[in-house]
Design a protein around this ligand. Structure first.
Ligand code: RFL
Ligand code: PHB
Length: 392
């Protein structure tokens, strides 16, 4: 079988790309190694920037999202025992949106399939080749048999552990990496959100906690833990107790608790690989970069990468121009490095670094007070948190 674009990975990146290409008359196939039920229930991100929401809307994938999302004008912070609010709407007339990544993925799958875009689940790409010829191929395995897809271009949207990035030869690939000495224990609970807005909490003695949500009935909370922590060490009581201690006592805030329905530990890293193009292969999203989740950028970056890629492919198929292909890496990297900086900054401001001495702790609290206590500081935070322009 031959299509114009072979897409590896049915995450938010691959599925948004499929939709954008289909709407512009470009044929594609999506290969996904996991089962549909698995990708539709994988609990991950929850925060959409305005640019991602706009793209969901323009591509007609926004119907359920608009009914179920939670729209936030501001975000709460607790640092040095004091409470702050970053009012994004007041500062910069921007908002953020809470809608679970698995819901985004469900909507994207439904709309793509209804439009006739082929998504092959349990189809694992094993090899990508002939990238410097007119006819690259993706060799994949489905139902125990091998198959080959040929295409004009390959889009590697297969996440951090996929095969695409590794198809770019080591000799031309440069990786930038930082691994953090902590991870996040994330939980879902049948408990209304503690506050209607997200609370980012830096506790000098105990570390970071984040209180977010999925609906008016479901909380999502995170705790800073050692990177190799086993979630089995965390009973429900221990989790609620720790969340309560990190939150501290503040007027008008009462921790909301309930049955914990899911828990898992995620390691944290910052990672960028470049170039993001090699011959007729383009990589996008987590395949090319990882951010620590403190800035809530991963899913949004995957969506902005494929937006840039779709424009380049549309320009090529309409006008025969390859100029945008040549600029793909550079265009994406400007935004990626902006998000990398912000995610690193938020992470280092909000977490307790093992090995920090008392001076470092005091300096960290002073930094948080400087940023959160000034309108200029809050504006800088709000501009980055609510999302940089889709194309920079
Ligand atoms: P994905 O979502 O990992 O999708 C890649 C897909 O490729 C498939 N695949 C293959 N398919 C075929 N053949 C192969 N050989 C394949 N190898 C892999 C995989 O099965 C998968 O379905 O990548 P994509 O599309 O680039 O999207 C990236 C996002 O998923 C990720 O950045 C976010 O989840 C990160 N993230 C957050 N991002 C946000 O924008 N806002 C947030 O609030 C946010 N919070 C988070 C997060 C990630 C977290 N964890 C668990 C890492 C919170 C957490 C805790
Ligand atoms: C989430 O809702 O899961 C979420 C929100 C903000 C973050 C990370 C995760 O920074």
């Amino acid at each position: 079988m031959h299509v114009q674009v072979g897409i590896i990975g049915a995450g938010p990146g691959g599925l948004m790309l499929a939709r954008l290409l289909h709407l512009n008359g470009i044929s594609c196939v999506v290969l996904e190694s996991r089962a549909r039920a698995y990708v539709e229930t994988r609990v991950r991100a929850g925060l959409l920037e305005q640019g991602s929401v706009d793209l969901m809307t323009e591509t007609g994938m926004d119907e359920r999202m608009r009914r179920e999302w939670m729209v936030h004008d501001g975000t709460e912070y607790i640092a040095g025992g004091e409470r702050y609010r970053v009012d994004m709407w007041d500062l910069i007339k921007r908002r953020i949106y809470i809608y679970g990544q698995q819901e985004v993925v469900k909507d994207m799958i439904a709309v793509n399939l209804a439009a006739g875009v082929p998504i092959h689940f349990e189809a694992e790409a094993r090899e990508i080749g002939c990238l410097d010829t007119q006819k690259p191929f993706i060799r994949y395995e489905k139902d125990g048999a091998e198959a080959t897809l040929t295409c004009d271009y390959v889009a590697g949207c297969d996440g951090f552990h996929g095969i695409s990035r590794r198809a770019i030869p080591d000799a031309i690939r440069k990786d930038y990496d930082r691994v953090y000495p902590f991870g996040w224990l994330g939980i879902l609970a049948d408990a209304p959100p503690t506050l209607p807005e997200l609370i980012y909490c830096q506790n000098e003695e105990r570390g970071f906690a984040l209180f977010t949500m999925r609906s008016t009935k479901v909380s999502r909370c995170y705790l800073q833990v050692p990177p190799d922590e086993d979630e089995a060490n965390w009973s429900d009581d221990r989790i609620w107790n720790e969340l309560s201690l990190r939150l501290g006592k503040h007027e008008g805030i009462a921790l909301s608790t309930g049955k914990i329905t899911q828990k898992s530990v995620t390691a944290m890293r910052s990672f960028v690989s470049e170039p993001m193009r090699h011959g007729r292969l383009f990589i996008a999203g987590d395949a090319a970069h990882i951010v620590p989740p403190t800035g809530a950028k991963g899913m949004n970056l995957a969506i902005s990468d494929v937006y840039v890629l779709s424009k380049a492919l549309i320009d090529f198929y309409r006008n025969g121009s390859t100029a945008c292909f040549d600029r793909y890496t550079e265009t994406c990297l400007r935004r990626i490095w902006g998000a990398q900086h912000f995610s690193w900054w938020m992470t280092s401001m909000m977490h307790n670094m093992p090995g920090d001495n008392p001076f470092d702790r005091k300096r960290q609290i002073a930094e948080l007070r400087t940023v959160l206590g000034s309108r200029a500081g809050r504006t800088l935070l709000a501009e980055n948190y609510s999302g940089l322009p889709l194309e920079m």
